[in-house]
Design a protein around this ligand. Structure first.
Ligand code: 5GP
Ligand code: MN
Length: 336
C-alpha cells in the first residue's frame, strides 16, 4: 500500500512510469492518460502511455499522442516498460481483465499501481486509489489528483488542459449526462483558462467524420434499427457484412447508439456489432435505468448506469434474441 505522502515523495524525483487504460480506449481513456502524461513529463519523469489496443483516429490529434505505444503492435517493448516501471497508473478502468493480456504483466509487475477511476466495484490490485463513481470522467479525477491531492495546479498547462477537457467532454456526452455537476463546469472553466480551446476540441472530435462513416450511420438508422415500443427500447444491430461493405474502421461505430436513445420515448438503447467471433454490445439509458446491470448480469461487462458495455460469444441473432428475452424483467422500469 502507498499513502498520499509516500506517493508525493516518490513523484518528487524522476520515476519510470507507465500509464495505461482500458482496451479500445475512448476519449476519456486517452484524454485522462495523455493529460496525466503531459503533467508528468513536465517534471522530468520518464513516462509512457501504453494503450492495450488501437483507438479511433478522431483522438490522434491529442497532445502527446505520437508517444503512445500500442501494446498489440509493440508487445515486447510494452512488456519491458511494464517490468521496469516503478509506478503504473491505471486510468479509467478498475479490473485487470479490461486491459486484456496486459493485465497479467501489470499484475506481476513490482511497480506501485495507482488507480484513478470512476467505475463501480474496483478489483483489489492497486496500491493507491483515487476512485469516485460520482465523477463524470476519469479525466475529472486526474484534474482533482493534480490540483487537490498534489497541489500542483501550475502544471495544468495547455496540453494537460486540452487532454482533460477532451476526456470530460466525451464521457459526459458533451456535458449532458446527470453527473455533469457544477463542480465539473468549474473544472471545465479552469481548463479553458489554462488553454483548452473548447470549440476547437469539439470540432476535432465531433466534426471529423469521413463520408463513409456518415453513410454507415445512414445505413444503421435506415436498415438496422428496431424499435420495441412496448419496452421503450431500441436496438441497432450490425453484422460483419455491413462492416465490410462500408469499410468501417475503429471509431466509426462510436456514438451511433445515442441516435437510438434520442427518440422521445426510448429509455434504453442497444448497439450490437459483430466483431470477429464475438458480439460487442453498447447500452445507453436515460435517467435511473441501470444499463450496467444488464451488461454485468448477462453480457460479461459493466460500466455506468447510463452507459455500459459487454460482449458475447453467441451469434448476433442469438444476442438479439437474448436481449429481447431480458426486457420483460425490466418492463416496469422501462415503462415508468
Ligand atoms: P462503450 O459502450 O462506449 O463501449 O462503453 C460504455 C461504458 O461501459 C464505458 O464506461 C466502458 O468503460 C464500459 N464498458 C464497455 N465495455 C465493457 C466491458 O466489456 N466490461 C466492463 N466492465 N465495462 C465495459
Ligand atoms: Mn471514463
Amino acid at each position: 500500500m502507498l499513502d498520499l505522502a509516500a506517493l508525493k515523495e516518490l513523484l518528487a524525483s524522476p520515476q519510470k512510469i507507465v500509464i495505461t487504460t482500458h482496451h479500445k480506449p475512448d476519449g476519456d481513456a486517452m484524454g485522462s492518460s495523455l493529460g496525466l502524461y503531459n503533467f508528468l513529463i513536465q517534471q522530468g519523469h520518464h513516462a509512457t502511455v501504453i494503450a492495450p489496443t488501437d483507438y479511433p483516429d478522431f483522438l490522434s490529434w491529442l497532445p502527446g499522442n505520437g508517444d503512445v505505444i500500442i501494446y498489440t503492435e509493440h508487445t515486447e517493448k510494452s512488456a519491458e516498460l511494464i517490468a521496469n516501471a516503478n509506478l503504473i497508473f491505471c486510468l479509467d478502468f478498475n479490473a485487470l481483465s479490461r486491459i486484456n493480456d496486459m493485465g497479467v504483466l501489470v499484475g506481476e509487475s513490482k511497480a506501485y499501481k495507482i488507480m484513478i477511476d470512476h467505475h463501480l466495484e474496483p478489483e483489489d490490485f492497486d496500491d493507491y486509489r483515487h476512485w469516485n463513481i460520482n465523477a463524470c470522467a476519469a479525466a475529472q479525477l486526474v484534474f482533482d489528483f493534480i490540483v487537490n491531492q498534489l497541489y500542483q495546479p501550475e502544471f495544468i498547462n495547455k496540453d494537460v488542459a486540452t487532454c482533460l477537457y477532451t476526456g470530460i467532454m466525451t464521457d459526459s456526452a458533451s456535458f449532458r449526462l446527470p453527473n455533469t455537476s457544477s463542480t465539473v463546469h468549474r473544472i471545465v472553466a479552469d481548463l479553458i483558462d489554462a488553454g483548452a480551446v473548447n470549440w476547437r476540441i469539439h470540432e476535432l472530435v465531433y466534426n471529423n467524420a469521413s463520408e463513409g462513416r456518415l453513410r454507415f450511420l445512414g445505413h444503421c438508422l435506415a436498415n438496422c434499427l428496431e424499435v420495441l415500443p412496448e419496452y421503450n427500447t431500441a436496438i441497432i444491430a450490425v453484422n460483419k457484412n455491413d462492416l465490410q461493405k462500408f469499410d468501417v474502421e475503429t471509431g466509426d461505430t462510436e456514438g451511433i447508439v445515442n441516435y437510438a436513445l434520442s427518440m422521445a420515448n426510448v429509455k434504453l438503447a442497444a448497439f450490437m456489432v459483430e466483431r470477429g467471433d464475438k458480439v460487442k454490445l453498447s447500452l445507453r439509458s436515460k435517467g435511473e435505468f441501470p444499463a450496467n446491470e444488464i451488461c454485468k448480469k448477462y453480457f460479461s461487462g459493466g460500466g455506468h448506469r447510463n452507459a455500459a458495455g459487454g460482449v458475447s460469444t453467441d451469434s448476433l441473432e442469438q444476442v438479439i434474441q437474448q436481449f429481447k428475452t431480458i426486457l420483460p424483467e425490466y418492463k416496469k422500469l422501462l415503462k415508468q
